[in-house]
Structures are given as structure tokens and as C-alpha cells.
Design a protein around this ligand. Structure first.
Ligand SMILES: Nc1nc2c(ncn2[C@@H]2O[C@H](COP(=O)(O)OP(=O)(O)OP(=O)(O)O)[C@@H](O)[C@H]2O)c(=O)[nH]1
Ligand SMILES: [Zn+2]
Length: 362
């Protein structure tokens, strides 16, 4: 019956639930768990979770390493919640903001052995909801009764893992002419993914031939740089220089991908900036938060290019990994076109770190 929400629809709903502080029910092979995001869980709900069982706090291996907690796994650590732990304690483990002020959170007792798959799925779900990657889990026998009783979203974990690994279908919702400074012959196309995720945009300059490699830029959203003119990065100048070059050549395509903060979301990027003010570099800040250096997925960008009929590109970037990742998605990068603009005294260290640690070309 089409009125029953499908699994992708329930997954999309689960992301909103977690952002609002509602737990979701994850069902695995050997049992189920109630899972709530550490960032948004309130005191009353924590008390209700405790009434159902003994909670653990699942964090990433990266965050566990910072906290010197034993992960016993390459991916996640399951921190046992002490009886006295309140939401403030949970947030202090999840969020590195006060690590330096209050260095010792532990010693933290962590779970070893048993099935960690629900903890992994839960943390991946938190990341995809652009929350801190830390989830409180309480084991349940199967979760069916609780779900029927409460209306909480219930999801089979294996199917969630598979879905989150897939590239969602992405369809053009609308396109219209949009004269811009760089070119009067520009069109903006809005693409909408089928999984309820962020919309992404394509700016097409001129009418690029589909038979020749097109001058292309995959630009990741940077609200601070693109809109506010932040001096901490080079995104704003790169965005404008890319469009200007396309305008000068008379054609090109710029994808504006809503993968703010290299895929961690604006709130987490601001957490990273706050850590950078404490002396950590851009990569260390991501790791302390529990993220990888770069959490972006360029497969959706590749789908958008293909959808518009572009199979070969001259890619404007200083990031060789981006060339590799796009090529791996079946888009032929015939040339890497450097895009070196916007160095300031505020972003010099950031650019040098990207060159040293992430392989960007200076
Ligand atoms: N997490 C995090 N994201 C950042 C930071 N500074 C900028 N960003 C984001 O980084 C993305 C831009 O990626 P960059 O690594 O600068 O560049 P790139 O896309 O890999 O490479 P280029 O094609 O050469 O620009 C945007 O989404 C920005 O919001 C930071 O300190 N931390
Ligand atoms: Zn930026």
C-alpha cells in the first residue's frame, strides 16, 4: 500500500527525528536498540531511556582516540554510561569544545566484544543528520511493541547501512535563466535527491557542447566564505574566479554542492572553527569532533553532471583527490585546471595544512 512510508522515507524521517531530540529504533540481527543523538537528547528522555535498560554512548574511533578511550574496533567505541551521567556529561564526551578546559572526562569504560553493528549504524545516521557523531543506545529485545506504542521510527539497520551507502537518485526540479555578473547567459538548475537530502545546484554558463570536455567546478558550499566573505578560507574567491573564467571562456558548468564544511554541516564546521581558535588545525579539529578529514561524497555531483549530459570535464581544482574521486565515479577528468586565488594572512595556515595533510597543490 503506497500510503505506508517506504524505507528511504522512514530514513529521511529518522534524520529529522534525531535532530529534534527524538530517539529512533534500530533493528539488527541479534536484537534492537533505541538510539538518540547525544547532541539533542534532553534530560527527561534520557531518564526514560534509562528506565528501559543500561545505555551506552557510541562515539567514533577518532573521538575515542582523542579521549584516550579504548575503542576495541576500527570504527566505533561504546562508552558505558555511569549511573550519575547526565546530559551534560554526555555532551562533554561528544563535544570537544571544553576538552582543554576539563581534560579528564574519564577514565571511560568502553564495551568490548559483542555486536557493534547497531552502534556503527547509529553513528553513521548522526553524521548523515549533520549532528555530532555520538549516539546514546539502549538495548531492546526487538522494538516492535515500543514502536507501535510510541510511533517512534523503526528501521532495519542492515537496510539503513545499504541505503546510506547508495547514491540517491537525483532529478532536476526546475531550471531558469539567471544572468549573473560573470555571464548574462547563465542558467540555474536545482537538483533534488530522492532520499529527502539537501538540494544541490548547477550553474550552467552559455550552452556548453556535450561533445567536448566542459570547464567544470565542483564547489562545496561554504556559507562563511561564499556569502559572508570569510577570510579564513579561499572558497568565496574560488567561487567567483571559477564563474569568471567560465564567463570569459563563454561556457562552463559549476556545481554548487550543499556539503557545507566538507560534509559535516555548518554547526559542526563552526565547532571546528572554535577548536581552531584553541590552536588545532583544520584536520585535527575534524578528528577531535569525531569526523574524518573529508566527509564529502562526490558521487551525487557525478550523477548531476551525467544527468546534464557531461561525461568529460576540465576540472577547476587544486585538490588531486577530487580528480581521483570524480574519475572513480565515471566522469573523465581530461585536465586539472588550477584555481589559486584568495590567499589572506588569515587562511595562509589553513591552505598550508591542506597542502601538507590533504595533498592540495599550492
Ligand atoms: N570541516 C571544515 N570544513 C571547512 C573548513 N574550511 C573550509 N571548509 C569547507 O571546505 C569545503 C571546501 O573544501 P576545500 O578543502 O577548501 O577545497 P576542495 O573542494 O577540497 O578543493 P578545491 O577544489 O581546490 O577548492 C567547503 O565545504 C567549506 O565549507 C574547516 O576548517 N573545516
Ligand atoms: Zn570556505
Amino acid at each position: 500500500m503506497s500510503l505506508v512510508p517506504s524505507l528511504p522515507e522512514r530514513l529521511s524521517r529518522a534524520r529529522s527525528d534525531l535532530r529534534m531530540g527524538l530517539p529512533v529504533i534500530l533493528v539488527g540481527e541479534g536484537g534492537a536498540a533505541l538510539a538518540a543523538a547525544a547532541e539533542t537528547l534532553g534530560a527527561e528522555r534520557l531518564a526514560d531511556l534509562r528506565a528501559l535498560g543500561a545505555p551506552v554512548l557510541a562515539i567514533t574511533r577518532r573521538r575515542a582516540d582523542t579521549l584516550r578511550a579504548r575503542a576495541y574496533s576500527a570504527h566505533v567505541a561504546r562508552v558505558v554510561l555511569p549511573d550519575a551521567a547526565d546530559v551534560g556529561w554526555i555532551r562533554a564526551v561528544a563535544d570537544p569544545a571544553d576538552d582543554l578546559k576539563v581534560p579528564l572526562k574519564g577514565p571511560l569504560e568502553t564495551g568490548r566484544g559483542g555486536d557493534e553493528s547497531l552502534a556503527r549504524t547509529a553513528v553513521a545516521l548522526a553524521k548523515s543528520a549533520r549532528l555530532l557523531p555520538a549516539m546514546v543506545l539502549v538495548p531492546l529485545a526487538d522494538g516492535t511493541v515500543l514502536s507501535e506504542h510510541t510511533g517512534l521510527t523503526r528501521l532495519p539497520a542492515a537496510a539503513v547501512d545499504a541505503l546510506m551507502g547508495d547514491v540517491p537518485d537525483v532529478a532536476e526540479a526546475i531550471a531558469a535563466r539567471l544572468p549573473v555578473e560573470a555571464s548574462e547567459r547563465a542558467r540555474l538548475r536545482v537538483f533534488r535527491p530522492g532520499d529527502g537530502g539537501e538540494e544541490h545546484y548547477a550553474v550552467e554558463i552559455g550552452r556548453p557542447s556535450r561533445d567536448r570536455p566542459v570547464l567544470a567546478r565542483l564547489h562545496s558550499a561554504c556559507f562563511t566564505g561564499d556569502v559572508l566573505g570569510s577570510l579564513k578560507c579561499d572558497c568565496g574567491p574560488q567561487l567567483r574566479a571559477a564563474l569568471a573564467q567560465m564567463g570569459a571562456e563563454g561556457e562552463g558548468v559549476l556545481l554548487y554542492l550543499n556539503q557545507e564544511g566538507r560534509g559535516i554541516g555548518l554547526a559542526n564546521k563552526m565547532r571546528a572553527y572554535s577548536l581552531q581558535d584553541q590552536g588545532f588545525d583544520t584536520v585535527e579539529a575534524n578528528h577531535r569532533l569525531g569526523f574524518e578529514d573529508d566527509e564529502r561524497d562526490f558521487r551525487i555531483g557525478a550523477e548531476m553532471l551525467r544527468g546534464m549530459g557531461f561525461a568529460r570535464v576540465r576540472l577547476l581544482t587544486n585538490n588531486p583527490a577530487k580528480v581521483e574521486r570524480l574519475s572513480a565515479c565515471g566522469i573523465e577528468v581530461v585536465e586539472r585546471v588550477p584555481l589559486k586565488v584568495g590567499e589572506t594572512r588569515f587562511n595562509h595556515h589553513y591552505l598550508a595544512t591542506k597542502a601538507k595533510k590533504s595533498g592540495h597543490l599550492l
